[in-house]
Write a protein that binds this ligand. Structure first.
Ligand SMILES: [Zn+2]
Length: 218
């Protein structure tokens, strides 16, 4: 067995030869290994927002899927939008996106756009071939949602979005991950205030939650 010093040196040398590694398991040399790509096969599920709106998701936000989504969101690994887009497409199909339905991403906050330089939900929807339309825009800076409960989140997102001309449009919302559903609920409210008919929502992943929103397997 090589010493830990030698292993460190080996890892460093490998990182020069293989400047990429699997977003799901850190295997060097590939952006996504075949095992982790297989782990992104959709395992569809559906939950409802408190107002009854269906939210279809391709899989649970855990394990390989969570790591790959985080790599896209927090590490700038935008090529991962393609395999995640394939999963979002499955969820969008379950949410009846098609025909004369407009696909609208939940807007990226200005702070997140400044930090990342790209809009995650819109990018993944584009890679999914869903032709997303930016009919919802961020209206005001929203505080960080992490670590907040459902009621706090709902208060935190009120008034954070603005709808463009949506009156009379049939819309399926798309987002990366649904957690409490507070952000999606605010998007639905904003679109309906603008006269749109919101049919359902689709996300790449759903955070498994106990006692916040009743989850159903699709
Ligand atoms: Zn892997």
């Amino acid at each position: 067995m090589p010493s830990s010093h030698l292993r460190g040196a080996l890892a460093e040398a490998l990182s020069l030869v293989f400047p990429t590694w699997c977003a799901g398991c850190d295997l060097p040399g590939v952006p996504l290994c075949t095992d982790c790509a297989a782990a992104l096969a959709p395992d569809p599920r559906m939950r409802r927002l408190p107002d009854g709106l269906r939210v279809h998701s391709a899989f649970a936000f855990e394990g390989v899927a969570a790591r790959v989504i985080r790599a896209l969101k927090e590490e700038g690994r935008t090529p991962l939008a393609r395999p995640l887009g394939a999963a979002l497409r499955t969820a969008a199909q379950a949410a009846d996106a098609g025909g004369d339905v407009h696909v609208v991403p939940v807007p990226t906050s200005r702070a997140a756009l400044r930090r990342r330089g790209y809009r995650v939900a819109e990018l993944v929807a584009t890679r999914a071939g869903l032709a997303p339309e930016r009919l919802l825009v961020a209206a005001a800076p929203s505080a960080d949602q992490r670590g907040l409960g459902r009621a706090e989140r709902a208060g935190n997102v009120a008034g954070t979005m603005r709808a463009r001309r949506v009156a009379g449009l049939r819309i399926v919302l798309v987002d990366d991950v649904v957690t409490t559903g507070a952000t999606l609920a605010e998007a639905v409210r904003t679109l309906r205030d603008g006269g749109a008919d919101v049919l359902a929502a689709a996300t790449i992943a759903a955070t498994p939650l106990r006692g916040i929103i009743t989850a159903h397997r699709a």
